[in-house]
Design a protein around this ligand. Structure first.
Ligand code: NAD
Ligand code: UGA
Length: 436
């Protein structure tokens, strides 16, 4: 099938490459010429394991193409996907739909034949109906079926998530749209992936409800972890003990410094706003947003406390800056809250992240010293704070870490190290929700 992806970000690029891998003929369009030039030259603008090879293979087999030319991109497409950003709207926390509406109108004007216009971006309930109005107004002469196909991939595991999803959700209001989307995802029928075909409004709700539920689950275990510390319980055993109950499930019960990323923070906020708009407040979601924000700040306070209540003039090394491992994405990362608070308290900061990007440097305090590896960052530090659980940090020798540092304080905010081994190496070791 011939399809088009509007937007070459995480979702557009990964979905485009995966649809090509399914055997479809895919054109990915972005309005950012630098991004398209890079992709045409074989450079991948984001850090995502496996993506470079997947793109190269499908470009080589002529199933995947990149362009900035809209007419070329949509000509002959059976389906056009909108995979543009939906960031938080300044001032009120709603999703900013400017990019979605602009893209929908541009696509509608450029179309030369009937097609299915599918919103893959995460959009509040009711957006599909607005997109339908926009395209009808722009092209009353053409049959454009609108549909919703929310995406559930995670950064860092995006290809696996797309190729082997737990489910595919399609929101449709015409038989043609349903048939086109089902044909597109046919390769997944071989692995018996459930397909939830529903109304567009329901599909839109599913996406926000899923992200809000996962964010709530993380926030729940984070608060339970804090209580575990006070009462001498181990949060990992608690998580396992509750998670083995199939009704609860074991995933997303790992405590940490608060969830970040380009999605949970903005989507929980937007979902809460939708609830308020309709006079049906989502109080659990509202509490999740507030607790998570406060948690990121509490992490800086925790570091200061572990350093004896004062970090002025002390050197603190931070390992991991991205919001999770295997991505270079810094959006809403806890590091963006923790590092400025530590710098404001007078700490001298050193940092290392395996996917260090120029953007990361620009978003963090200018005084941060960047090292080429973990031990380089720890050199002469009074305290080490692990913020992101990159695998290479797990393998770090406690003895080598101790030898590099001046002090003996370690805050492992992802619980990757063994408390016994860390204490034996001479550290004053702090983790989350585990007995002292
Ligand atoms: P992104 O910011 O990485 O990429 C969006 C791209 O769209 C940019 O490259 C931008 O230049 C391009 N764009 C914007 N307007 C355009 C237009 N009119 N024409 C052509 N290109 C245009 O965003 P993302 O992380 O890929 O997220 C996209 C959507 O998918 C969001 O709604 C997000 O919530 C959702 N989502 C993201 C993830 C994720 O892991 N990042 C997962 C699931 C869903
Ligand atoms: C998340 C969802 O997992 C995807 O299903 C969804 O498609 C995506 O948002 C989206 O809508 O964009 P992502 O943000 O890429 O994916 O990454 P996650 O693995 O979900 O992690 C999000 C945050 O939660 C990270 O900061 C991570 O460290 C934190 N987290 C996750 C925890 O603190 N504990 C956990 O147990 C799991």
């Amino acid at each position: 099938m011939r399809i088009t992806m509007i937007g070459a970000g995480y979702v557009g690029l990964v979905s485009g490459a995966c649809f090509a891998e399914f055997g479809h003929d895919v054109i990915v369009l972005d309005k950012d010429p630098a991004k398209i030039e890079a992709l045409q030259a074989g450079r991948i603008p984001i850090y995502e394991p496996g993506l470079e090879k997947l793109v190269a293979d499908n470009v080589h087999d002529r199933r995947l193409h990149f362009t900035t030319d809209l007419a070329e991109a949509v000509g002959g497409a059976e389906a056009v996907f909108l995979a543009v950003g939906t960031p938080t709207r300044r001032g009120d926390g709603h999703a900013d739909l400017t990019y979605v509406f602009a893209a929908a109108e541009e696509v509608a004007r450029a179309l030369t034949g009937p097609t299915v216009l599918v919103t893959k971006s995460t959009v509040p309930v009711g957006t599909g109906a607005q997109v339908r109005e926009i395209v009808r107004r722009a092209r009353p002469d053409l049959t454009i079926d609108v549909a919703s196909n929310p995406e559930f991939l995670r950064e860092g595991n995006a290809i696996g998530d797309f190729m082997r999803p737990d489910r595919v959700v399609i929101g449709v209001e015409s038989e043609r749209a349903e048939a086109v989307l089902k044909r597109l995802y046919r390769p997944l029928y071989l692995i018996e992936t459930p397909v939830v075909a529903t109304a567009i409004e329901t599909a839109e709700m599913i996406k926000y409800a899923a992200n809000a539920f996962l964010a709530m689950k993380i926030t729940f275990i984070n608060e339970v972890a804090d209580l575990c510390e006070k009462v001498g319980a181990d949060v990992h055993d608690v998580a396992r003990g509750i998670g083995l109950d199939g009704r609860i499930g074991r995933k997303f019960l790992h405590p940490g410094p608060g969830y970040g990323g380009s999605c949970f923070p903005k989507d929980t906020l937007a979902f809460a706003r939708t609830g308020q708009d309709y006079g049906r407040p989502l109080r659990l979601v509202e509490a999740t947003v507030a607790v998570n924000e406060a948690r990121k700040e509490a992490m800086a306070a925790r570091v200061i406390e572990a350093c004896g209540g004062d970090v002025a003039g002390k050197t603190i090394a931070v390992l991991g800056l991205t919001f999770k491992p295997e991505t270079d994405d810094m959006r809403e990362s806890p590091s963006l809250t923790v590092l400025p608070l530590l710098a404001a308290a007078g700490a001298k900061l050193a940092a290392f992240d395996p996917a260090m990007s120029e953007f990361a440097r620009q978003s963090l305090p200018a005084s941060v010293r960047y090292a080429g590896n973990a031990l380089g960052a720890a050199e002469g530090a009074d305290a080490v704070v692990l913020l992101t659980e990159w695998n290479e940090f797990r393998a770090l020798s406690p003895q080598k870490l101790k030898a590099a540092m001046r002090g003996d304080v370690v805050l492992d905010l992802r619980n990757v190290w063994d408390p016994v081994a860390m204490r034996e190496a001479g550290f004053r070791y702090h983790s989350i929700g585990r007995p002292k």
